[in-house]
Design a binder for this molecule. Structure first.
Ligand code: SF4
Length: 100
């Protein structure tokens, strides 16, 4: 959930092994690993955290997403099931490009 909206929803195992939304990746990368040699890279989000009262147009994660595209500034992505797993829902244009 980001800025009050669900951006990804799936079984816990699926989220941990096959998380898709860029915000999910950042959250998972922030989980501490009790092994300093694990080599896992933490994703540190850049950009401004928008106000919940005045979210950006389009995708509400677009001010912090490293994959932002023009469509992300214009159209809010729908929370849709993925091709291989309809129960794994993701709200991101990377996975569900809109038909123009
Ligand atoms: S819709 Fe665009 S801005 Fe939003 S998470 Fe996906 S790629 Fe990033």
């Amino acid at each position: 959930m980001y800025l009050g909206k669900i951006v990804e929803m799936a079984d816990a195992d699926d989220i941990y092994t096959n998380g898709q939304h860029p915000y999910t990746h950042a959250l998972l990368s922030s989980i501490p690993v009790p092994d300093p040699k694990s080599g896992r890279n933490r994703i540190v989000l850049k950009g401004e955290v928008p106000s919940v009262e005045n979210p950006p147009a389009g995708c509400n994660f677009n001010t912090r997403c490293e994959y932002v595209q023009t469509i992300c500034l214009e159209k809010e992505p729908e929370l849709l099931g993925n091709k291989d797993n309809p129960n794994h829902l993701t709200a991101c244009h990377l996975f569900h490009p809109p038909i123009r």
